[in-house]
Design a protein around this ligand. Structure first.
Ligand SMILES: Nc1ncnc2c1ncn2[C@@H]1O[C@H](COP(=O)(O)OP(=O)(O)OP(=O)(O)O)[C@@H](O)[C@H]1O
Ligand SMILES: [Mg+2]
Length: 227
């Protein structure tokens, strides 16, 4: 592998991420970490499957022209993935930065909504939409990362859950930002209006933006009544 490591960006429970270069290009290496409490065989199988699925979906999205990191190299047995280093900072940092104007945060949120809709239009649900998994560049443009829990789906439920997860996180972690979820959902809808109805995918019709928003309301109601 021709990755040359620079600095470590992240050490989490599931992965260690290093910035560096790959054939001279800015890259990151994501190394899956073994989970001591899981049986080694099971851990290996789960990790292998997750990384294969993550890589496959990233390639599919990249080919469809949406802004996700390009995949440069993959060694699933070793639990290693090398990909394009996306410029920017996690949305969580942007929203917490007191030095940034409110208008920039609104732009970042709307762009996040558009990025989510672009992934959804390919019948892909993200599965882990925390504000750590969205990178915002200096123009306020959003890129989604971390597709380890993403899945192809055609039922509206998982699409609605994706938005509900962001809704809960924005409410819990960034309650000081007025209209955060509204800005994000406006971006989600605007992207669909800009592009027209979603194209049919190999598994059939993809839920439209308005169907997903209706499901979000439905999920919110269910959560309100049943905790
Ligand atoms: N392609 C990329 N470009 C720039 N930064 C990245 C990229 N991929 C990952 N990162 C950085 O590394 C962090 C962790 O990566 P990622 O979210 O993919 O791992 P993870 O599966 O969440 O790991 P864990 O579950 O252990 O926290 C990201 O939040 C981001 O800051
Ligand atoms: Mg992550």
């Amino acid at each position: 592998m021709v990755f040359q490591a620079g600095e470590r960006l992240h050490l989490g429970a599931e992965a260690e991420v290093w910035a560096g270069t790959w054939l001279g290009r800015p890259a990151v290496r994501k190394q899956r970490r073994t989970r001591a409490w899981r049986h080694p065989d099971l851990d290996h199988r789960l990790g292998h499957r997750r990384m294969m699925s993550e890589a496959r979906l990233m390639v599919r999205m990249h080919r469809a022209g949406i802004a996700v990191p390009a995949l440069y190299d993959l060694d699933p047995s070793a639990g290693i993935m090398v990909m394009q280093h996306m410029p920017g900072r996690p949305l969580i940092d942007v929203l917490r930065d007191d030095g940034l104007p409110a208008s920039f945060k609104q732009t970042a949120l709307a762009s996040t909504g558009a990025a989510i809709r672009n992934v959804h239009r390919l019948a892909i649900t993200h599965g882990d939409l925390s504000t750590n998994n969205v990178l915002i560049n200096e123009d306020g443009h959003a890129t989604l990362i971390d597709f380890g829990l993403a899945a192809v789906d055609y039922e509206v439920e998982r699409f609605g859950i994706d938005l509900h997860v962001v809704d809960e996180i924005l409410g819990a972690s960034h309650p000081d930002i007025d209209g955060a979820i509204e800005a994000l959902l406006a971006g989600y809808t605007a992207e669909e209006e800009r592009q027209g109805p979603p194209m049919e995918q190999t598994g059939g019709a993809v839920p439209t933006a308005s169907e997903v928003l209706q499901r979000l309301e439905n999920v919110r109601t269910r959560v309100r009544y049943h905790g």
